[in-house]
Design a protein around this ligand. Structure first.
Ligand code: G3H
Ligand code: 13P
Ligand code: ZN
Length: 306
């Protein structure tokens, strides 16, 4: 089975990215794995701090180990937006293969210090560390920032040299959640180019990259939802970034939530007498699988890279 180290290089050499899909229930996890099976793709199975709490830490590893056995694909369990050394340590001790320490809200020196500490602990156990410099705008549960602060390319170089992190999440205009832009998406390609010049060897990560498919928004709104002005990053932009930049991992959470909720709302409206939640969930799993497979094939370009 190909490991994470392989994908750091291969994604760059062959112009694709590995999708990082967030899950916090079994249905979403099954949908992601089935989607990756359909497209024969690698993926990060990402759990946020609040997802960690929601699932319950003792369940995560056994569940993920089971799906990995069943699907036999390069699926990497990843802690998303760990906000402290302690939570990163907990994930590493549990058996996560990759952790993100998100010190983006901290002053530069503090971010450097904690990232270094996480790197030292993680590397002893062969665990991969993603760090973050710059602040993404937007609001999503535990992950919020009122204003974005783009990653400073020179600071990125200093940060990477001082911390020894394996990859770096950059702020170039995307944001978390379903409401990313007031008008058109604006991605700072020039800043990204400069970051790539300063740290040419470091694989980069794009957060807040959901495309917020308008068909999901429409289904939600037609079936009792109320999402006004929801907007994401155009898939064409994401696919250009996937093929032409040093970004090797792109994170998606919101799109899976929209897909899931659209499917559940539609099912319940059409089947008002149904009380077996499995009937609704089965369809949601299928829809997530279809979405993930398409995203892998057409946007991340990582089909058949497993
Ligand atoms: O980028 C992060 C995740 O989408 C945050 O999700 O609501 O599970 O904290 P959360
Ligand atoms: P979205 O909210 O755009 O899906 O971002 C997900 C993310 O960055 C997870 O870390
Ligand atoms: Zn994120």
């Amino acid at each position: 089975m190909k490991n994470l180290q392989f994908y750091l290089k291969d994604a760059r050499d062959k112009n694709y990215v590995v999708g990082a899909y967030n899950f916090s229930n079994l249905e979403t996890l099954k949908g992601i794995c089935q989607g990756c099976k359909l497209s024969n793709s690698p993926a990060f199975l990402a759990v946020s701090e609040s997802g960690f709490e929601y699932i319950g830490e003792r369940y995560i590893l056994p569940i993920v180990e089971s799906v990995k056995k069943e699907y036999n694909l390069p699926l990497f369990l990843h802690l998303d937006h760990g906000k402290s050394f302690e939570i990163c340590k907990k994930a590493i001790d549990l058996g996560f293969e990759s952790v993100m320490f998100d010190g983006s809200a901290l002053p530069f020196d503090e971010n450097v210090n904690v990232t270094k500490k996480v790197v030292a602990y993680a590397h002893k156990k062969g665990v991969f560390v993603e760090a973050e410099l710059g602040v993404l705008a937007g609001i999503e549960d535990n992950v919020s920032a009122k204003e974005s602060l783009f990653t400073n390319p020179q600071k990125a170089k200093e940060f990477v040299q001082k911390t020894g992190c394996d990859s770096l999440a950059v702020a170039i205009g995307t944001s978390h959640g379903a409401y990313k832009y007031k008008s058109k998406a604006k991605i700072e390609f020039d800043i990204l180019k400069e970051i790539e010049k300063q740290i040419p060897k470091i694989p980069l990560v794009l957060h807040g990259a959901s495309s917020v498919p308008q068909n999901f928004v429409k289904i939600i709104n037609q079936n009792g939802g109320n999402l006004i002005g929801a907007k994401g990053t155009d898939s064409k932009i994401l696919s250009k970034l996937a093929q032409e930049s040093h970004i090797y991992k792109i994170n998606t959470d919101t799109d899976l939530r929209l897909c899931y909720m659209a499917s559940i709302r539609k099912f319940l409206k059409e089947n008002p007498a149904e009380i077996d939640m499995r009937e609704a969930n089965k369809i949601a799993i299928q829809q997530i699988a279809k979405f993930v497979a398409e995203k892998n094939e057409k946007v991340f370009m990582c089909a058949n890279k497993a």
